[in-house]
Design a protein around this ligand. Structure first.
Ligand code: FES
Length: 130
């Protein structure tokens, strides 16, 4: 029987060596999202320069499946150094594309990554308005 290759090398790489793991103590914004079906949770911390709106640092913690780890790792790489407005444009399909694909049953994991980024930016805006 032919072996089914579920994950691309990029996914395996980000799963085994996730980038930007951890938390930021004095984060400008924190986003926590979860998927009720699988029970996975993702948390994104942003350090944002108030003057330029540039995301200077980003860290994540994911309690979830391998694809959730890989997609959050890739999402942090994609938004680091970008402005908040640019980061808001990040879609889950851009994350999947950067990982060179995900199996269909794992697409929801990339949606979680997009939602976590948006939730962290939301939190930043709320904190700024206080
Ligand atoms: Fe739910 Fe991956 S199985 S985030």
């Amino acid at each position: 029987m032919e072996e089914i290759k579920m994950y691309t090398e990029k996914v395996m790489d980000h799963f085994q060596n996730p980038r930007n793991v951890g938390e930021i103590a004095d984060a400008s914004g924190v986003g926590t999202v979860g998927n009720a079906k699988c029970g996975d949770i993702m948390q994104i911390f942003l350090k944002i320069d108030d003057d330029t709106g540039v995301i200077e640092d980003v860290k994540f913690k994911t309690f979830g499946c391998g694809a959730a780890v890989a997609t959050s790792s890739m999402a942090t790489e994609l938004i680091k150094g970008k402005t908040v407005d640019e980061a808001l444009q990040l879609t889950n399909s851009a994350v999947v594309e950067a990982l060179e694909g995900l199996p269909p049953q794992k697409i929801h994991c990339s949606v979680l990554a997009e939602e976590a980024v948006k939730a962290a930016i939301d939190d930043y805006h709320k904190k700024k308005a206080e």
